[in-house]
Design a protein around this ligand. Structure first.
Ligand code: 9MR
Length: 584
């Protein structure tokens, strides 16, 4: 079996599976993009045929430019290592008379995603700015980078500071393959982590990711409450989210508003390690949409950390209230933009903010029960109660707000009921789309844009929220399908998470990776992007005329297909959290 297409480094397989694997109790499907009618599942090692059957009827998949058939081998539940083969006819042994294609090896097991969870969480730790890392697992060994952030300069003056003044903007994660630190994706990422924790508190544990920071034990014991069994300890996911929350706090102005980003005036070279980038760093911009996302994330933190770190939780609530007070007294959207603001960093620009204000008020209502927030929603945002549910992303967090509202004790019952119906309606439509898609991917043609993998995962997460409202196996299956997509059941044959599966991205667009020569597992990359938003990808699309779902290159130069960002991985935690509850 050849692993790669001749003369290329693209995967050769035409039988696609979740390259990491499947839970024993979960549905299991492979997608065959070759001409075949039968499939077998073979045990790796002795090649025993474990299961065989007919492939599904052909499914047209225009996004992949293929007609595919699916192999449903859900009946397989014995832990082990397997491959799926497809072909023609039936041999006496139960195998195929003629083989047309074979998948890579994958695993079935209750712990199958534990490594993915550990890698994805600890990647944030590895991406901590201003933090020395010596990680025995990946070999990453770097001194603290960008220590100048402790004395970042104001790029502009406001009522509280003058241009050039110093501000302590230390801490937080690097956003992506660059070294910028941006409030909106930071707040949304934390929000999605905390949402996953709130939904599946038992899935996230202390020590499960073996975090490579000296401080983490100390952080934990500082935060430890005297628990009855003496075992209480902050889960790794919450250790990491807290690190970002503490940076976000530093970005808040005295009047509650939140500055936008911290970055240099020019992009560092792709192979510049953090410690080598000693450029002056600036605090840029301020936005009401980012301030609202900050308020929402802090309001969630006030709930989530109340049992672990009560003082921190109290502070988070005060931060959230202050941010919301600013928004209430500044009702117009504001996105402060100064000349050359984006010369060395990403824009994360949004000039409207209603979806984010909704999220902020809904989280504050859920945390405090204070009817002022409910009144605020009624007076300012009544229409958004009836807006369609859609997958949350950094520039649209409405549905995080809708979810917060419908799960708030202080919600209006009729409104909450309508929102529940809207989530279920969204899920029913999405499940129908997933079932009609050859690869059971939630993306429509348009959705194969910059950060498509994130969008698929985020849509999957919405299905799990709908499942919490009205349990339905189809919702859970559709959600897991998005995890399978991210982990390699894709038209390209690539897994879109570094280090996961046989064909993960090997050349992510990432300065920490390039600058240190260290491969880092656990990065959800942007994935297929039909718009070819960088030269390298655009060239590939022009040369190959690739269909939307195949517009992907595993090349360092392709920042619009092969870069990781904090908010790309964020939606995976709901899915991994749910998967863990199915593993027991
Ligand atoms: O993820 C962002 C994507 O949704 C936008 O289309 C794109 C262009 O504005 O920017 C992406 O975010 C980048 C950010 O601006 C800077 N750091 C790297 C991020 C990932 O490419």
């Amino acid at each position: 079996m050849t692993e790669f297409e001749p003369g290329s480094d693209r995967p050769a397989q035409r039988v696609h599976v979740d390259q990491v694997g499947y839970l024993p109790s979960a549905p299991k499907r492979a997608v065959a993009a070759v001409d075949a009618e039968r499939f077998t599942v073979l045990e790796v090692g002795d090649g025993t045929v474990t299961l065989s059957g007919d492939l599904s009827e052909p499914v047209e998949d225009p996004d992949a430019g293929e007609t595919v058939r699916r192999a449903d081998f859900s009946a397989l539940s014995d832990p082990g290592e397997y491959r799926v083969a497809v072909g023609h006819g039936e041999a006496e042994s139960g195998g195929l008379r003629e083989t047309a294609g074979e998948s890579v090896t994958f695993r079935v097991g209750a712990d199958v995603y534990d490594g993915t969870l550990a890698d994805t969480v600890r990647l944030y730790t590895l991406k901590r700015s201003n933090t020395a890392i010596d990680d025995p697992v990946t070999g990453l060994d770097v001194p603290a980078g960008h220590t100048q952030d402790a004395e970042a300069r104001m790029y502009f003056g406001d009522a509280f500071r003058e241009e050039g003044d110093r501000l302590d903007a230390s801490g937080g994660w690097y956003d992506a393959g660059d070294y910028g630190k941006y409030v909106p994706p930071g707040a949304v990422t934390v929000g999605q982590m905390l949402l996953a924790y709130e939904r599946y508190p038992d899935a996230f544990e202390a020590g499960q990711c073996d975090l490579p920071v000296e401080g983490s034990d100390a952080e934990r014991s500082e935060d430890r409450l005297p628990a009855a069994d003496g075992e209480a300890s902050l889960p790794d996911l919450l250790v990491e989210a807290k690190f970002e929350l503490e940076w976000l706090e530093r970005m808040q102005r005295e009047d509650g508003a939140v500055y936008h980003k911290v970055a240099a005036r020019e992009w560092p070279a792709i192979d510049e390690a953090p410690v080598d980038d000693d450029r002056e760093r600036y605090v840029y911009g301020l936005s009401t949409f980012g301030t609202a996302q900050y308020a929402a994330a802090m309001a969630m933190a006030a709930r989530v950390y109340a049992d672990w770190a009560p003082e921190f939780a109290d502070r988070a609530l005060a931060n959230a209230r202050a941010a919301h007070d600013y928004l209430a007294s500044n009702p117009e959207p504001e996105f402060r933009f100064d000349p050359d603001q984006d010369d060395g960093s990403g824009p994360y620009r949004k000039d409207t903010d209603r979806e984010e204000r909704f999220w902020a008020a809904a989280e504050l209502l859920k945390t405090t029960g204070d009817t002022r927030y409910a009144d605020h929603l009624e007076v300012r945002f009544a229409d958004l109660f009836d807006a369609a549910v859609r997958a949350p992303v950094w520039d649209d967090t409405l549905s995080l707000g809708q979810w917060a509202y419908l799960t708030a004790d202080a919600a209006d019952d009729a409104r909450a009921d309508r929102l529940e119906a809207a989530f279920v309606d969204y899920a029913d439509r999405l499940v129908a789309d997933i079932e009609a898609d050859g690869y059971r991917c939630a993306l429509d043609t348009e959705g194969y844009h910059w950060a498509s993998t994130k969008l698929a995962l985020s849509k999957g997460g919405m299905l799990l929220l709908a499942d919490a409202i009205e349990p339905d196996d189809r919702y859970v299956a559709g959600a897991l399908d998005q995890l399978h997509y991210a982990l390699g059941r894709t038209p390209t044959g690539y897994s879109y998470v570094t280090g996961q599966g046989t064909h993960p991205p090997r050349n992510p667009h990432d300065r920490l990776v390039e600058g240190t020569g260290t491969y880092l597992p656990g990065m959800v990359v942007s994935g297929a992007n039909r718009n070819g938003d960088d030269e390298c990808l655009a060239e590939y699309i022009a040369e190959t005329d690739a269909p939307p779902a195949k517009c992907y290159v595993d090349a360092t130069a392709s920042y619009s297909a092969n870069e990781w960002a904090i908010d790309y991985t964020a939606p995976i935690f709901l899915l991994l959290g749910h998967a863990r509850t199915m593993a027991d």
